[in-house]
Design a protein around this ligand. Structure first.
Ligand SMILES: Cc1cc2nc3c(=O)[nH]c(=O)nc-3n(C[C@H](O)[C@H](O)[C@H](O)COP(=O)(O)O)c2cc1C
Length: 279
């Protein structure tokens, strides 16, 4: 019998740098150990994913909770090489994507609900920001649950938000109607390497008790930077020509530099062009 309590504690220690108390008699430890050991996968074996297995994982992902039972998160599967490669051609910065046998696109579907209202002959006074937000949240929940389900059967995956750098092109390629927008892509396949746990900010930063708090945020981010750099140092610094070579380059320096460049500043225009009213 595998020691799931030990596996869970080990994964969480690597992730958060602290020891969590785990009652060995607690039910569900096997599932928690799997969730805690999550890791993104960007290298794949040259091996197909059976369509039935993919359907099973999609069905499991779509069993996730959905806001008001509205079911506004969809999955689009791309298996044909020509279509997958057309997406890969848009993202030459990620050449490993070509090796993934399956590429999915998670869609926020704000189209179906107004369509159903028209079908039933009812007014639809909810064409405002909330429609976009609800559909996006639903799609994100389906995406996260897909990762969990895929990893449960031994598949590896990587969400790909960079497809939104080409949102209009992707939308046209996939024939997305009004109010159906890509939230993220996802490469899926059989992992070619075990991967590694990516450390996260400590729970003292991301879990708040009774009220929101940023106590000691600077010191806590610094502590995380140091712990993470010891485990998984960055191989390259971003924009050294603009910011110089940092003597110590941690997560916060990397994220600050990453977001010192405008990212997808045209995404709002795309979303509006797809028919969403964001007021
Ligand atoms: C919504 C979303 C979009 C992402 N987009 C990309 C992407 O475009 N390219 C990429 O290489 N990784 C992408 N990732 C993967 C993250 O970089 C990865 O999850 C993060 O570094 C943490 O690693 P972990 O998942 O192994 O814990 C994305 C993840 C999420 C959740």
């Amino acid at each position: 019998m595998p020691d799931f309590a030990h596996a869970l504690k080990t994964a969480l220690f690597e992730r958060f740098g602290e020891t969590f108390d785990v009652d060995e008699g607690q039910s569900g430890l096997e599932e928690l150990a799997h969730i805690a050991a999550h890791r993104v996968c960007r290298r794949y074996q040259p091996r197909a994913v059976a369509p039935d297995l993919l359907r099973l994982v999609c069905a499991s992902a779509l069993s996730a909770p959905t806001k008001s039972d509205l079911q506004q998160g969809d999955i689009l599967i791309l298996r044909e090489n020509a279509k997958r490669h057309a997406i890969c051609d848009l993202l030459p910065e990620m050449p490993w994507l070509r090796d993934a046998p399956v590429f999915l696109v998670f869609l926020a579907n704000g189209h179906r609900l107004p369509h159903i209202a028209a079908l039933r002959g009812t007014p639809f006074p909810n064409d405002h920001l909330d429609l976009f937000f609800n559909a996006t949240v639903d799609a994100a929940i389906v995406l996260a649950t897909f990762v969990r389900a895929a990893e449960a059967v031994g598949l590896g995956c990587c969400p790909i938000s960079v497809i939104r750098d080409h949102a209009a092109t992707v939308s046209e390629m996939l024939k997305l109607p009004d109010k159906v927008i890509p939230v993220a892509g996802m490469s899926v396949g059989w992992p070619a390497e075990p991967g590694a746990i990516s450390p996260r900010l400590s729970l003292s930063v991301t879990v708040h008790e009774e009220e929101y708090s940023e106590d000691d945020l600077t010191a806590r981010v610094d502590g995380y930077d140091r712990r993470r750099a010891a485990l998984r140092p960055y191989r390259r610094q971003r924009q050294p020509e603009r910011f110089g070579e940092a003597a110590f380059y941690g997560w916060s320096e990397d994220k600050a530099r990453q977001y010192a460049m405008p990212q997808r500043a045209d995404f709002g225009a795309f979303v509006r062009a797809k028919g969403y009213r964001l007021d």
